[in-house]
Unconditional design. Structure first.
Length: 162
């Protein structure tokens, strides 16, 4: 890996997009120091439920579910060691893992779980930005996580560890 002498930052690693940085920050904030697979899966569920509860007021339950299902479909190629069941599960409305996160984390190592959750939530946030705009989306997210850095591009650096 190539690191910048000034910053120690990996110069070959692309700068995350705003949705990726926000997703990483949200998950890292919710996880705290927990790094075991079950807790990381629970973190994904908590973030999902917080977003669902808050955004369904704006999008409606069906609108949120449709946006989430599309996000899971679009995120799937970015999942590490994934399978094709995430989209099918996200379309189901029954069961504890009805929104497709279980397929993204099932039987995976903590680093893979973290990567897959970031991919899923970044995909959702990207669609949300497209649907209602970045500014309004970030305003809704900040209502749930008020400590989100004002400059969302700094969210990954300020609140997250890989």
């Amino acid at each position: 890996m190539t690191q910048s002498a000034d910053t120690g930052v990996d110069s070959q690693r692309p700068t995350p997009t705003v949705p990726e940085a926000v997703a990483h920050w949200l998950l890292a904030t919710e996880a705290g120091r927990h790094n075991d697979p079950e807790e990381l899966a629970a973190v994904g569920e908590r973030v999902y439920h917080r977003l669902h509860t808050h955004l369904m007021v704006l999008l409606g339950t069906n609108g949120f579910d449709a946006l989430w299902a599309r996000a899971m479909y679009l995120a799937q190629p970015h999942f590490r060691a994934g399978d094709n069941t995430a989209t099918e599960e996200s379309l189901s409305t029954q069961g504890a893992h009805a929104y497709g996160l279980y397929a993204a984390v099932r039987g995976q190592a903590p680093a893979t779980i973290q990567h897959n959750l970031v991919a899923a939530f970044a995909s959702f946030i990207t669609l949300l930005f497209t649907f209602i705009g970045a500014e309004l989306s970030l305003r809704f997210i900040r209502q749930l996580w008020p400590d989100l850095p004002l400059d969302a591009t700094e969210a990954r650096a300020d609140g997250a560890t890989s």
